[in-house]
Design a binder for this molecule. Structure first.
Ligand code: PMP
Length: 371
């Protein structure tokens, strides 16, 4: 039998495993930060309408520049994220993972490096590797916040071409202050002053769930700052695969150099446009999830867990002597959460009130067993 490593694959991929959480059939699935609410029926009907329209033209390639969709995304950001942006500042792709990949293909690559402050979203490192970009693991404090001085030092030492700042951070839920982003932006530009600066990517996949306003206004006057967003979480549309960025128009022009022609299908564009018509309803679910997230934090603390403050739609909790055994203990009780490999901690996604109750009951039993 031929194995992967028998094939002439790139050396840096040898012995590596693909990214992915287990997709198990269990009653309560709170492991991938999905939105637990299915799209409302009127939106499902609207998607069917718009996709039908798109189907009539599927013999043609889609709008390569996705102008209508980018216009509506710009309108959404302008309305909700604190800065008026136009279509020239917005770019969209198949999930924010593809947005990040396009950014790394454009601004990273062989001979270049990217830094992230870990633990953080592991795909930043994996997409870096996939694009031949060297990965640097930057530091975090014990409470999972970013220490500005430590981070600055790491940037000055390694002089990365790309800096990832995830806010709210996955898997910890930690939001990053605007001042921290600004300090790291300045440090990154200073470190690479000889090379036209560095790209700083603020990954705001969970931005809508934060107690704090969006970091979008920081892109104003900073041509190397990019904000990355997704419809997978707040819009409850993980299956759609639609991510987007907001930045200086020059960044949008730059990613055109690497994007595949017609990368966003007409079906994807039609579906995303339908979802954007229902923004207000979907943001109503976000409010409900924020309340449930806050409830999870306080009830887990009441149960004696150590819980990291969360600005996302998930909560990091512990501390367990053996996090994997605790993960298994919850799974045995029908609740699937995520073991992200952070020592002693697990991550639970905020679900419906009933799902969260089931999760809290399972934790209660687990804690009883422990004591
Ligand atoms: N960024 C972060 C921080 C994430 O947690 C995720 C999804 N888990 C993504 C980006 C990618 O999301 P998507 O490709 O679905 O937009």
């Amino acid at each position: 039998m031929t194995g992967i490593d028998d094939l002439p694959i790139r050396d840096e991929l040898r012995g590596k495993s693909p990214y992915g959480a287990p997709q198990l059939e269990v009653p309560v699935r709170l492991n991938t930060n999905e939105n637990p609410y299915p799209l409302p029926e009127p939106l499902v009907a609207r998607i069917a309408e718009r996709v039908t329209e798109a189907a009539r033209n599927l013999n043609r390639y889609p709008d390569r520049d996705a102008v209508e969709l980018r216009t509506e995304l710009a309108r959404y950001l302008s309305r909700t994220a604190g800065l008026e942006v136009g279509v020239a500042q917005v770019w969209a792709a198949n999930g924010s993972n593809e947005v990040l990949q396009q950014l790394l293909q454009t601004f990273g690559g062989p001979g270049r490096t990217a830094i992230g402050f870990e633990p953080s979203y592991s795909m930043h490192a994996l997409i870096s590797r996939g694009t031949g970009t060297g990965w640097i693991s930057g530091p975090r404090n014990a409470d999972f916040t970013i220490d500005v001085d430590d981070a600055r030092k790491a940037i000055a030492e390694h002089r990365p071409d790309v800096v990832f700042i995830t806010s709210p951070n996955n898997p910890t839920g930690t939001a990053v202050a605007a001042e921290t982003v600004l300090a790291l932006y300045e440090a990154a530009q200073a470190a690479r002053a000889d090379a036209a600066g560095a790209l700083v990517v603020v990954d705001e996949a969970y931005g809508e769930f934060s107690h704090r306003p969006s970091l979008l206004p920081l892109i104003e006057g900073r041509s190397r700052l990019v904000l990355s967003r997704t419809m997978s979480k707040a819009f409850g549309a993980a299956g759609l695969r639609l991510g987007y960025l907001a930045a200086d128009p020059a960044v949008v022009d730059a990613v055109q150099l690497v994007r595949l022609p017609y990368h966003l299908s007409a079906v994807t564009q039609a579906t995303a446009l339908a979802a954007l018509e229902h923004t207000d309803t979907l943001l109503g679910y976000v409010e409900a999830l924020k309340a449930e997230r806050d409830r999870l934090v306080s009830e887990l603390r009441a149960l004696g867990c150590e819980v990291t403050d969360s600005d996302a739609n998930f909560v990091q909790f512990g501390r367990f002597e053996d996090a994997h055994a605790a993960w298994q203990g919850l799974l045995d009780r029908g609740v699937l959460v995520r073991d992200n490999g952070v020592p002693g901690r697990l991550r639970v996604t905020a679900g419906t009130p009933a799902e969260n109750d089931a999760f809290l009951d399972a934790v209660r039993e687990l804690m009883k067993e422990k004591s």
